[in-house]
Design a protein around this ligand. Structure first.
Ligand code: VGL
Ligand code: ZN
Length: 199
């Protein structure tokens, strides 16, 4: 069974938002056009408390995009984004969320970031998504959304580890950094991910 995983189509990741992904707005209509072709549609939300340690504002003397070591792990510091309950954390109003059966949220624990929709970056806590998908008999996962080089990338790596068959819908994804995303797509393809332009 085929499941579509819509990653973080939230106002803060769209141009005009706090952590804009270039052309993030251009994939929304394309994603809306994919929905009815899937047996199951789920969506994810980055969902941080205001005190989250991935925010540069919570570290004295640091600015967005600085790199630090946070609890023993490399961490990019971000502008404040997707704060729980704010408009920036809401789904973009043009995204058709009617067919979305479940929403999985991540990034709630202040001390650790969570790019993947399956686990936090230290693989300490699960979101329960892998078990949910198995119970729903979804074995073929299709990924789209933002940002291609962070949340989509880390989610796909975990999906492979969990044994799912994985496709990336290239035209329905945008990265923060285009160059690193080209490298990421080569790596994912080598590891068995099907890169498809559309669906
Ligand atoms: C994301 C950076 C920080 C993402 C989330 O959704 O790709 N990127 N938090
Ligand atoms: Zn975040």
């Amino acid at each position: 069974m085929k499941a579509l995983i819509i990653t973080d189509i939230q106002n803060d990741f769209i141009p005009g938002g706090a952590l804009p992904v270039p052309e993030g707005d251009l994939i929304i209509d394309m994603i809306n056009g994919l929905l009815e072709q899937f047996d199951l549609v789920i969506a994810t939300q980055d969902w941080h408390p205001a005190i989250h340690k991935s925010f540069a504002s919570n570290h004295q003397g640091k600015k967005p995009f600085d790199q630090i070591i946070l609890n023993g792990m490399e961490q990019t510091l971000w502008p404040d984004h997707c704060v729980q309950g704010t408009i920036g954390a809401d789904f973009h109003p043009r995204l058709d969320i009617r067919p979305v059966e479940a929403i999985f949220r991540k990034g709630m624990v202040p001390e650790i970031d969570s790019y993947s929709c399956f686990y936090d970056n230290g693989h300490i806590k699960t979101t329960g998504l892998a078990g949910y998908l198995r119970e729903k008999k979804a074995d073929e996962l299709y990924f789209c959304g933002l940002a291609g080089d962070f949340c989509v990338y880390y989610s796909i790596k975990d999906a492979l580890k969990e044994g799912f068959s994985v496709s990336l819908i290239e035209n329905a994804v945008r990265p923060i950094n285009r160059l690193s995303f080209e490298e990421i797509k080569r790596e994912l393809n080598k590891n068995g991910v099907k890169i498809v332009p559309n669906f």
